[in-house]
Design a protein around this ligand. Sequence first.
Ligand SMILES: *Cc1c(COP(=O)(O)O)cnc(C)c1O
Length: 357
Amino acid sequence: MPNKHNFGAGPCILPQEVFEEAAQAVLSWGNTGLSILEISHRTPEFESVVAESVQLIKDLMQVPDGYEVIFVQGGASLQFGMLPMNLLNDNETAGYLDTGVWANKALKEAKLFGQVNVLASSKDANYSFIPKDFDIPSDLKYFHCTSNNTIYGTQLQSFPKSPVSMVCDMSSDILSREVNVADFDLIYAGAQKNIGPAGNTVVIVKSSILGKVTRKITSMLDYQIHIEGGSMYNTPPVFSIYVAMLNLRWLKKQGGVKEMERRNIEKANLLYSEIDRNSLFKGTCAVEDRSKMNICFVMNDANLEKEFLQMAVAAGCVGLKGHRSVGGFRASMYNALPLSSVQVLVDVMKQFEALKK
Ligand SMILES: *Cc1c(COP(=O)(O)O)cnc(C)c1O
């Protein structure tokens, strides 16, 4: 049984009961007499896993009619290219909001397929804030944003009103707060940061935007092929989808996205108030843009960081080391991380302050 407080950025913590049920299914899955690892994806049992997972996402996110939910592979990184390949003709322009490394990678890929207009960027400030002062021209094919910047700890607190299709990389905050899916024409998210284990990527797409590019698309990168195949055009990541289903069931049982949002606000408030109170620590990004999923902070005296990290590790906190482009610490607090783990971290911060007084 895992006994650490897992603040890792992804793959990340999932609920204990999901681990237990998944472990059981590896040994023997339901009444099949088989392990989930050996079962054919063409069995009615597994087809019902895919159907239930899709339905859970639709229910939890209140996905309106006219949208499809599909599972593909290749991570969010493949979506950086697959999305413009399916939506953007060579002579058309897409607008991108450059809010971090992932957003930047996404726009680089889009340049391979069409024209890119970077509407705003906070790159010069090491992505420490979300630019807000920009217009979205109405002649763009689509507008792309990243809802939560996993590495820098910033998050769009609200989404701009877009006159064109809005598409969004929600990899690190999907299902953590309520969003109005109807405001978006496409949402994608790598599973390993709130949905389930790595290997699966969720795409929610409005059907009417597809089939409008003139280029030829290889089958595996064509959204329409995956929709027609019910996410089983080829062998899907069976185990990853199965565990995602267990996690989605857990989420629903806990009270759904609304309840997750309440808990995530409570967890984030607990840690941010300690960062702001504690004389040794400070946050790294604009207060109004602070993420509730990935909380980045440093020490006023960087020489103390190693010692603090050791003390946190001794208290069972893992995954806290900040990304190399920000330094310091990053506490990722995805849905399954309990408030009690955040309290352990906060207590270590208090103890460390007392030690240094
Ligand atoms: C982790 C992450 C990615 C990359 O995901 P992969 O599944 O590893 O390709 C992309 N965007 C965001 C916002 C992320 O947090």
